[in-house]
Design a protein around this ligand. Structure first.
Ligand code: C2G
Length: 452
């Protein structure tokens, strides 16, 4: 009996898939089809898969060509499967020519002609609207957003907005994207959705105006500086039935989600303490160190340190306390925030003028999780126990600079695939705003002091 194997995602099952399986079956007597898991696809850079693995398996099964269906979930599995199932022929579409020649050492490799003019990517595009996006602000993060958006399907960056013409002109020259500088309303008129990456103090108003115009909003953190304004924006989005997403990118990284879930799984027992630190020294003349009202370390990095704290210990803290070392103009060079909960405690440390070890430690009753810097771009974390010889290491995949996960989340929500809302909820975002508001109030009241 001649055994054939083929693999694929088979998302939005189409004629190309059907014909591939039909011909794969004709190559032998018994066909095994490997269907990828979401996790495996994410790891190989496919961030837009729509159907669940069970839906995809079901669609393959319905063709009647597969004698057996297996799940593909890791690199190296193809060789394993070929040996395990005694495969004679490995086959895949011609878009992969050359890629799988290494399997010739184990069985015969056949590349089948790909069916022209149909693909999951094309279907995703026709099924979902292409979201025409505009970027507000042409600073450091805007070019990164453009680069990362190329990995997400269903998005087109149409233009940018910056009222400062000179800055905008430079961006237009280097990035080749039209920058409008006159009316924000006119800019909004050209797009479906906006990414707000302007200075922190302008976020709220830009977001509000965009929502009022019915545009989806992806806004860099912090969305606003007060709880009231943050709630107002979410309410506005809900009323208008549009998407508002706060761009705290760590929240959307697959590795960070895994870290939180491992912590919450009981592996380290009950979580009792979360310590998160994020420092990046800023130049003395930089905005972060000169803008007394909107600069400083907590406004810059507080959201990152609060994220694991709130995710793991919740919104209901009993006490909160801030200590800061202030610079000349009154901005905080270093802030330590301490929170008490009914059954736990937490510390967040942020710095723009003080450097410290940027790590995340989650202490539990049975062990602890340690994620070294840059834990906010989660690529690796460890679980430690009382026995120092036992360490579990996790190395989740992390691609690019992480923005693609946030962008992909935004686009899929616009298209009505809302499976990931738990990654950063409205309530979490509102609690972070409440804490930020409290911090700013204390800093304002203590202007002129060297520390608070
Ligand atoms: N295919 C095709 N014609 C198309 C589209 C796809 O013949 N118009 C083939 C692909 O070449 C592949 C199979 O259908 O053999 C499944 O395609 P995808 O779902 O895109 O999966 P892919 O990413 O190609 O998975 O381990 C996974 C495999 O390496 C390939």
């Amino acid at each position: 009996m001649k055994k054939v194997i083929t693999y694929g995602t088979f998302d939005l099952f189409h004629e190309g898939h059907y014909k591939l399986l039909e011909r794969a079956k004709e190559l032998g007597d018994y066909l095994i089809v490997g269907v990828t898991t979401e996790y495996f696809d994410l790891n190989r850079g496919k961030v837009n898969v729509i159907d669940s693995v069970l839906e995809r398996v079901e669609n393959v099964r319905k063709t009647g060509f597969a004698d057996e269906i297996v799940i593909e979930d890791h690199d190296g599995q193809k060789i394993e499967d070929i040996k395990k199932y005694g495969i004679d022929i490995f086959t895949v579409g011609s878009d992969w020519i050359g890629e799988f020649d290494y399997l010739n050492a184990f069985c015969k490799v056949v590349y089948l002609e790909r069916t022209p003019n149909v693909s999951s990517t094309m279907l995703r595009k026709s099924r979902c609207q292409i979201v025409r996006m505009g970027i507000v602000g042409t600073g450091r993060i805007a070019p990164r957003f453009i680069t990362e958006s190329k990995y997400v399907s269903g998005i087109e960056i149409l233009c940018a907005y910056n009222p400062e013409t000179e800055n905008g002109r430079l961006f237009e020259e280097t990035m080749g994207i039209k920058v409008l500088s006159a009316s924000y309303r006119d800019f909004l008129g050209q797009i479906d959705a906006v990414y707000i990456a302007s200075p922190n103090e302008t976020h709220y108003q830009y977001a509000k105006d965009a929502l009022l115009c019915g545009k989806h909003v992806l806004c860099e953190k912090p969305l606003a500086f007060t709880e009231r304004e943050t709630l107002e924006l979410y309410k506005l989005a809900a009323e208008k039935n549009i998407i508002l997403l706060e761009g705290t990118k760590t929240a959307y990284c697959p590795g960070f989600q895994q870290l939180i879930n491992v912590a919450a799984s009981g592996k380290i027992g009950e979580v009792r303490d979360v310590e998160a630190c994020f420092t990046r020294l800023a130049r003395v003349e930089s905005r972060e160190r000169t803008d007394a009202e909107y600069g400083g370390s907590f406004l810059e990095f507080g959201a990152y340190t609060l994220l694991p704290i709130i995710k793991l210990l919740g919104n209901e803290y009993k006490e909160i306390h801030f200590d800061s070392i202030l610079g000349d103009g009154g901005i905080d060079l270093y802030t330590k925030i301490q929170m008490k909960y009914k059954n736990g405690m937490a510390t967040g440390k942020t710095g723009v003028g003080v450097k410290s070890e940027g790590q995340l430690v989650i202490a539990g009753t049975k062990g602890y999780i340690l994620a070294e810097s840059p834990w906010w771009l989660t690529r690796r974390f460890e679980v430690h126990y009382e026995d120092p010889n036992k360490v579990d290491v996790y190395e989740p995949q992390f691609m690019g600079d992480g923005l693609r996960y946030e962008i992909s989340e935004f686009i899929s929500r616009i298209n009505g695939y809302n499976r990931n809302e738990y990654k950063l909820t409205m309530n979490e975002s509102v609690v972070m705003a409440r804490i930020t508001e409290k911090f700013m109030q204390k800093r304002r009241e203590n202007r002129g002091a060297s520390h608070i």
